[in-house]
Design a protein around this ligand. Structure first.
Ligand SMILES: NC(=O)c1ccc[n+]([C@@H]2O[C@H](COP(=O)([O-])OP(=O)(O)OC[C@H]3O[C@@H](n4cnc5c(N)ncnc54)[C@H](O)[C@@H]3O)[C@@H](O)[C@H]2O)c1
Length: 390
């Protein structure tokens, strides 16, 4: 890539993510070409980006630029050929392997040989996506979080064939925009979507067992754990369809790893179109002014929180063991990608790794299920009295 400020960025797909990535690119001084195969979406995206930029300006969040200066850098094109003058393409089209692969084959015929191609995929394998390219070494995962203008974290995912030089170039570029990048192995769910699974699945399990209702579990995670949102509020916000699909995809791609097993309760909600806030009803009924009050018994709350936290830490420790990311990147990713109050490995040190192992052992003994299998990393650390951070 040429000098950072000069590179021209092409965005493929003008939906929620593509348009947000386009805005943040233009704010950072790049000429941006946005393409979508739906011209109505393209028109809507153009109007929305103008509004978003005005709105950022009114909040003094436009880095001393005026809105016209930023919008004048954005070109909404229905002609894919315009990507022929780009140095970096970020693809943010529909999450479908075949559609994305077809799109890359078309792209490769248009873009310069040294143009980097990145995908914003949340769940597809970077290696399989890149297999449709003649030159897969120019391809990598660039996973922004929603909304891309606000969320600081970007996961960078090279495939086995990615040229390390482009990993460095893309990280440097994003860091120059003030983003925090973390490096993830090409594994299902990368860092955040993988490690966050127990936040939802364990909460659903506690609900299914009748240990507590949704509002009590949400209360426990916020009040005792310090999380900004409870698991059920968050699933309703994300959309139960989206959240369920991510869990199912990670479960299937991990050869049916028990720890990622989706919940039938959530599936039934999806089938009933109780998708959450967007349909007015999910775990909660948003037509009601007030929701059911939680049981604020702190002993029960602590039991719920400890169980979910232990499962989250278990996943974080296993991700470290399997080299999915460094301990620093795991902790940063969970704080910046899903707003966790602390990094999970740091949290394990504070709570005591031996306490986490005891908690997991109790669950394993009681249920005898694979999902409570203790990470060997935690067992070894506890046996040696070690901490993740000195
Ligand atoms: N929404 C999120 O919270 C989120 C977060 C991180 C990553 N992602 C990933 O980002 C990608 C886009 O997600 P989104 O939520 O912005 O989706 P979206 O549905 O809002 O937008 C996708 C856009 O792609 C366009 N499109 C579809 N096929 C196309 C093609 N062949 N050529 C050009 N345009 C095409 C559609 O018209 C649509 O405008 C997906 O891979 C998704 O997994 C989404």
């Amino acid at each position: 890539m040429e000098k950072e400020k000069k590179i021209r960025i092409g965005i493929m797909g003008a939906g929620t993510m593509g348009n947000g990535i386009a805005v943040i690119s233009a704010i950072n001084g790049h000429d941006v070409i946005v393409f979508d195969n739906n011209t109505q979406v393209l028109e809507k995206a153009k109007n929305e980006s103008i509004k978003a930029i005005e709105n950022l300006h009114s909040k003094n969040k436009l880095q001393d630029k005026n809105p016209q200066e930023v919008t004048s850098k954005m070109y909404y094109e229905s002609d894919l050929g315009m990507f022929g003058i780009c140095n970096l393409i970020v693809e943010a089209i529909v999450e479908d392997l075949t559609i994305k692969q077809v799109c890359y084959s078309q792209l490769e015929q248009l873009v310069p040989d040294n143009c980097i191609i990145g995908s914003n995929t949340s769940s597809l394998s970077i290696a399989s996506l890149s297999s449709s390219l003649k030159n897969p070494s120019r391809f990598l995962g660039i996973h922004f979080f929603n909304p891309p203008v606000v969320m600081k974290l970007v996961e960078i995912i090279p495939s086995l064939l990615t040229d390390i030089k482009i990993v460095v170039q893309v990280r440097d570029l994003l860091q120059s925009w003030g983003k925090t990048t973390v490096l993830a192995k090409d594994t299902p769910g990368f860092i955040v979507n993988r490690i966050a699974r127990p936040f939802y699945t364990e909460a659903l399990r506690i609900l299914d067992e009748g240990i507590a209702d949704t509002s009590t579990i949400d209360w426990a995670m916020k009040e005792i754990g310090g999380f900004k949102m409870g698991p059920f509020e968050l699933m309703d916000l994300i959309g139960n369809d989206v959240n369920y699909k991510v869990t199912e995809s990670i479960f299937e791609q991990s050869y049916f790893e028990a720890r990622f097993k989706p919940s039938i309760t959530q599936k039934r909600l999806v089938e009933a179109k109780m998708l959450g806030k967007k349909t007015g009803r999910g775990f909660y009924d948003y037509s009601q002014e007030t929701q059911k009050s939680p049981n604020t018994d702190r002993k029960l709350g602590a039991k719920i929180f400890n169980r979910i936290l232990a499962q989250l830490i278990n996943e974080a420790a296993d991700s470290l063991l399997y080299g999915i990311a460094t301990k620093e990147d795991i902790d940063l990713a969970m704080q910046l990608g899903v707003n966790y109050p602390k990094g999970l490995l740091k949290w394990a040190d504070e709570v005591g790794i031996d306490n986490i192992v005891t908690q997991l052992k109790t669950l394993l003994d009681e249920y005898g299920e694979e999902r409570y299998r203790i990470s060997p990393m935690l067992k070894r650390m506890a046996a040696r009295g070690w901490k993740f951070y000195m």
